[in-house]
Design a protein around this ligand. Structure first.
Ligand SMILES: NC(=O)c1ccc[n+]([C@@H]2O[C@H](COP(=O)([O-])OP(=O)(O)OC[C@H]3O[C@@H](n4cnc5c(N)ncnc54)[C@H](O)[C@@H]3O)[C@@H](O)[C@H]2O)c1
Length: 354
């Protein structure tokens, strides 16, 4: 555990998602940006100047940053094929890490990492950010209080539109299996799996369907068409703990959707619905005694359910606080479910998750 009041952070990967992490770090006095790493020299220097990071703490090589004794913890936001490498180095140098999702490129990598991690564990958090949407946290509390009775089934959706032909999005690493693992499934489906595990429990079996709608995209530099070899769409049925039935859908082709991750949980005495686009509200359907029928009402989520994602990471590394934190184990389990979904889609059969 880190005992000092201020925890120094080394950030690896300074692209799109790094902006959210930089903002979160700047909001927390406990975290202090110490070092940066990116293979894009121009970006490294731009961010270095904006963050006021000295030249000697700007790295091209991730191992040099991870090994730096001035860096207490690592936050990694690199493309998916590098996740396992960063985790392996952090285990080797015993450096706590907040690693972005999906956990690894495939389950084989997760299994190899688990062998290393068991011998030399480190504080490790995985970027399942929807655990920090206040309404998702409040839903968990209401379920723990048995507010809607026995849970029978859940419906989980994560809809985006950016991949639809309408937008002519060019080729990027997100469309290459070798770099991303899977498409919509690993990118968005990993969040759906985590939300379901967080709210209702472990997966027991899956039956899946995956599809690619746009098979070629233009390379942004050469203009040549490049082959897309990952999914744009994934849906799956699942049986979860306590025989809860789950219905899951994710797509990058939902024109009209922005970033729409929502969960509906159906119990014997009510329904809970949360949507990340309304993070401070929860829809709750319960019996209204006066009207003698079940009515949906929208409630404001109490302030106490707000927790910033990197505050949780700071609490993990300084106090070993793990309750509700997505850890190495959650990353590993998530990757296992992703793998089984791919197997099910390829075989056309239900697949059990041991
Ligand atoms: N939790 C979430 O909600 C969420 C949202 C978006 C992205 N992500 C995850 O964050 C990760 C990054 O996504 P992004 O959208 O920021 O991608 P991006 O392509 O915008 O940024 C990736 C950055 O990593 C850098 N990079 C590549 N190889 C490197 C190396 N060897 N060493 C150091 N830097 C290297 C690139 O130059 C780039 O700047 C992905 O794994 C993605 O799944 C998570």
């Amino acid at each position: 555990m880190i005992k000092s009041d201020v925890v120094t952070v080394g950030l690896i990967g300074l692209g799109g998602m790094a902006n959210a992490h930089r903002r979160m770090i700047s909001e927390l006095e406990q975290l202090q940006m110490e070092a940066l790493c990116d293979v894009n020299e121009k970006l490294l220097n731009e961010v270095g100047n904006e963050e006021g990071i000295s030249e000697e703490k700007r790295f091209n090589d991730m191992e040099a940053l991870i090994a730096d004794p001035d860096v207490d913890v690592v936050i990694s936001i690199v493309p998916n094929h590098l996740h396992a490498k960063v985790l392996e180095l952090c285990i080797h140098y015993q450096k706590p890490i907040m690693a972005e999702k999906p956990f690894t490129l495939n389950f084989e990598e997760a299994e190899d990492l688990a062998v290393l991690y068991e011998k030399q564990p480190i504080p490790c958090m995985v970027g399942f950010s929807y655990r920090y949407v206040p309404s998702f946290r409040y839903a968990k509390k209401l379920l723990e209080e048995n507010k809607i009775g026995e849970i029978r089934h859940i419906a989980v959706r994560y809809l985006q539109s950016f991949g639809a032909p309408l937008f002519e999005v060019p080729y990027a690493w997100r469309f290459s299996k070798a770099v991303t693992g899977t498409g919509a499934l690993g990118d968005l489906g990993a969040h759906m799996i985590d939300s379901a595990r967080f709210l209702v429990g472990e997966f027991q079996s899956v039956s899946a369907l995956m599809e690619t709608f746009v098979h070629e995209r233009k390379d942004p530099i050469s203009g040549e068409l490049k082959k897309v070899d990952v999914d744009d769409y994934a849906s799956f049925q699942a049986v979860l703990e306590n025989n809860i039935i789950g219905n899951f859908l994710t797509t990058r082709n939902a024109v009209g959707s922005g970033n729409q991750h929502e969960v509906t949980i159906y119990g014997d005495y009510g329904t809970i619905h949360v949507n990340c686009e309304r993070p401070d509200e929860i829809d709750l359907c319960l019996k209204d005694e006066a009207e003698d029928r079940a009515i949906f009402k929208t409630k404001k989520v109490p302030e106490s359910y707000k927790k910033q994602q990197l505050q949780d990471f700071a609490d993990l590394v300084t106090n070993n606080q793990q309750e509700g934190t997505p850890t190495f184990y959650d990353g590993y389990q998530n990757q296992k479910v992703l793998e089984r979904i791919v197997q099910s889609s390829e075989s056309g059969q239900s697949v059990y998750i041991d």
